[in-house]
Structure formats: C-alpha cells, structure tokens
Ligand binder design. Structure first.
Ligand SMILES: [Zn+2]
Length: 485
C-alpha cells in the first residue's frame, strides 16, 4: 500500500513538473543574444521568450521554447520603424526587411485613399504598415483632378498652384475627416508640392488635425536661402501653425529641405521644443533626394533656391545627368519621371545624423539607395566606420524615437520600438560586425546584408539570413479614428 502511495506521489510530481514546463514553454526563444533596449538602456546577454506575438520573458537564465534561435554574437534589438516610406509594394517591403525594418509607414504625405491602402495590405504585407491622411490627395480631388492610382504627388497645375476657395477648403477638410475616420495616423502635408495653399489653408489643416488630437507630418514649403521663401521661413511657418493650433508637428527630411542650413533649421526646432511645443524631425543618410520632375518642386526658380543646375539632376537607373533641353522635355512630359536631386554635401549629412533631435527615416522608394540601405548604412558607416554614433544611440534613432512619436496618435505604439516584457515581438537580430548596406545610386535595390533574423509580431520573416516564402505577418498600425467598424 505504501509503495502504491509513493508511486502516486511520484506520478503526481512528474505530472506537475511537466505541466509547469509546458506552462513555461514559449513559442520561440532567442537565446544568448546581446539584447539592447534604448528605453531602459538594457545592454546585456539575455534570453527572450516569445508567446502569442509578444515578448513574454527576458531572462538571464535559460528558457524553454518550441523553437530556439541561437543568437550568440548577434544583437537583438527592436525592429526598425521607418515612419517615412513611400514604396509600399512587396519588392520594397522585401528590401526594407533585409534592412531590419519591421514597420514602414507612409507618413510624409500619405496614401491617397486610406481605406483602399489598408484593405490592399491586409493579409498581404510582409511588415507592419500605416499611413497619414493626404492633404495633397484631398486637394487634388477637390480641384477635380484626383491623383492617379498609386501616385502620392500631383503633377503641377491648378490643383497645386492655385489658392483654394473657402468652399474648397471646407471640402478638403471633409475629405481629410473621412480619411482620419478610416484610420489615418495624422494629417500628411507636402506643402512644397501645393504652393498655391495659402498660410491660412495650412493653419486650417493644422486646426483640423488638432481637433482630432492628431499630429501633422509635413514636407515644408520651401528650400534654400532666397528670401522670401527660404527654408527658414518654411520651418517658421509650420512651427507657427503648430503653436497656433496645438497640433504636434513632425518635419520630414530636414536634411534634404534645409540643406546647408540644416543646423539653423534644427536650432529653430530646438527653440520651439524648449518653449514646450511638440516638434520632431528626421533625416536620411544620403546627399541626394528623389522626386517627380513634373511636380511643383520644379516650378520656376528651383535652381536659385537649391543652388544647383540641370547637371545635378540624374535619372535613376541610367545615370543620365540632365541638360536644360532634357529637363524641359521631362518636365513637360505626361509620364511621371522621377529624378535624383544632388543638392547636399557629405559634411552636412555626417554632422546631421548624430544630432540628438534627428530620428532616422528613409523616405524610401525604388530608384534611390535609401529605400534598401538607410538603416544598415547608419550601423555600418556612422556606428562602425566613423564612430560618430554609439550602437545604442543609433538604435534609439531607429526604434524608440519613432515609436514615441507614433504614440501621439496610437496607443499601440507603446508596444513598439522596445525590447521589454509585454512589447510586440517585432525584433531584428543582426551581426553588428557585418551589417552593411549594398544599395547604390546605380543599383538601388540591392538588399543589405547582416540581418540574420527578423520577427514581425513574433513570426519569423527572415530566418538564418533568408526570407521565408508565403509569410505575411505585417499588421496595420492605425490612428484613433478607426474604431474597428
Ligand atoms: Zn519629401
């Protein structure tokens, strides 16, 4: 009888411990990596247990998982959040993933139709996605020349160059309200691409954003030093609109708008922040921009403003430098030719990237190496080669800062950009010694190397350095207007 009781006791103990082990079993464990979290400054060897798409445990002791990824010698960081990504198809998403990006959002100008954008990506997205509501698209629509499918920037014409009537401004606001209700993360404005928009129209759009507690993301009105209409004035305009309306403000690509006056522009932003305004900005690590040649950006006066000539415009792919004749031909063409704009210096970019106000965003699209290489380039060139950024500082600019900016409009962002228990398991596992961009102006879509694993919501997308087929773990990141109807 005693032996029987003992057997039962042993059996129960075994059952209990196996149940306990099952309870502690994670879907996935990343073992022994150098875990880096820019919010808590954790930088140590840890094991990460992932369950149901979330980081369930971060531990110095070993964890049991149905699958274990060995990450010794590799950095485990939050997946990079690119808040400024235009190219949104799978070819773009693929190179973003190899660059360590787990969320790529169209936040400068925004998709022309938020509902259509979100629906087209549902279940078909490699990485997380989201968009602002586009003032340019709403304006084009109201002027009777809606943007062609897939376009974000209008060809210059009445819809870009003429002021809107009060009735048209009302109609633009109605359209933007509709887009906000569909889940936009803010109002996106490309003011330079709609020079006909008056200062008051801009303030009205900021007021609309503020009334929904949303930020404005903007490509500002102008570049260069020619007054009136300098980059300094353009920064003043949107800081003024933010102060008047109360809407948070994000100024996109300060590098390519402010050019050699980037530090003056940053000092204006710093001043606004010191006065309590919520103003942020971003840069990408390249000297050239990329934009449609038939847009209002090339309205008369562009050469003086940019301080460049026709030869500084280059056709992506062919490498053709333009002449006046070729410029006129392409500018007046009905086809939407994009051109690389070489208007900045390496010295300015190198001094801009380490500035603590700067978060990294790619402004990515096919035709420019920033699409595929921005994040690896920061790690290879500024962290490893030049040593002007520490690895943790670089990660902060690529993860925590954009997440904190997104928190203005979506509480879900509090679970992004962090390696912490309870955070979404959007993680990049890379080799800090080898991660390198390989995209160039002549071959812009060559993917970066060095990312060994990329997890989106706990699902591996890149596994042992290779992308898995048929896996679409990308989820929407939605603004507060989308109530899940
Ligand atoms: Zn832009």
């Amino acid at each position: 009888m005693r032996t029987f009781r003992l057997a039962i006791a042993i059996f129960s103990l075994l059952l209990f411990t196996s149940l306990l082990a099952a309870a502690q079993q994670f879907d996935l464990v990343i073992e022994g990596g150098r875990v880096m979290d820019p919010e808590t400054n954790l930088d140590a060897t840890r094991n990460i247990g992932i369950r149901d798409g979330k980081i369930a445990s971060i531990s110095a002791t070993s964890l049991a998982g149905r699958r274990v990824i060995h990450a010794a010698g590799l950095v485990v960081a939050p997946g990079f959040i690119d808040i400024h990504q235009h190219g949104q198809d799978l070819e773009n998403q693929r190179v973003k993933a190899f660059d360590g990006v787990t969320s790529a959002l169209e936040m400068e100008i925004g998709a022309a139709d938020v509902t259509e954008f979100l629906q087209s990506k549902q279940g078909h997205s490699l990485i997380n996605y989201g968009t602002t509501a586009s003032h340019l698209a709403a304006r084009s629509l109201v002027f009777g020349t809606p943007l062609p499918t897939g376009a974000i920037i209008p060809k210059s014409g009445p819809a870009t160059d003429n002021p809107a009537t009060p009735e048209q401004i009302k109609a633009i606001e109605q359209r933007l309200t509709h887009e906000i209700d569909a889940g936009a993360l803010g109002v996106g404005m490309g003011i330079q691409y709609s020079p006909g928009a008056t200062r008051l129209e801009v303030i009205d759009m900021f007021r609309l954003a503020a009334s929904r507690a949303l930020p404005v993301y903007t490509h500002i009105r102008s570049f260069g030093r020619v007054e009136p209409g300098s980059a300094i004035e353009a920064v003043e305009e949107v800081i003024g609109a933010a102060a008047i309306s109360g809407a948070p403000l994000h100024i996109v690509h300060v590098n390519s708008t402010c050019l050699r006056d980037t530090f003056e522009c940053l000092s204006l932003i710093e001043g606004a922040r010191a006065r309590g305004l919520d103003v942020t900005t971003e840069a990408y690590p390249y000297i050239a921009g990329l934009t449609p040649i038939n847009s209002a950006l090339f309205n008369p006066g562009w050469k003086d403003k940019l301080g460049i000539d026709y030869g500084n415009l280059v056709v992506p792919g062919t490498g053709e430098h333009l002449t006046k004749q070729r410029f006129d031909e392409l500018h007046n063409s009905r086809t939407n030719q994009w051109v690389l704009v070489f208007a900045n210096t390496q010295e300015t970019i190198d001094a801009t990237i380490p500035n603590p106000l700067i978060m990294i965003a790619s402004d990515g699209d096919k035709g420019h190496p920033r699409d595929a290489g921005t994040y690896s380039r920061i790690l290879a060139y500024y962290v490893r080669e030049k040593g002007t950024l520490t690895l943790m500082e670089a990660l902060r600019k690529m993860t925590l800062m954009p997440a904190q900016m997104l928190e203005r409009s979506t509480p879900a962002a509090r679970r992004k950009g962090r390696v912490q228990e309870g955070a979404d398991a959007d993680l990049v596992v890379f080799d800090p010694q080898t991660i390198t961009d390989r995209s160039t102006y002549s071959q812009p879509m060559v993917p970066s190397v060095g990312v060994q694993y990329l997890l989106v919501g706990g699902t591996p997308l890149i596994d042992e350095g290779k992308m898995l087929d048929g896996v679409f773990p990308g989820q929407p990141i939605l603004g507060p207007g989308n109530t899940g109807r």
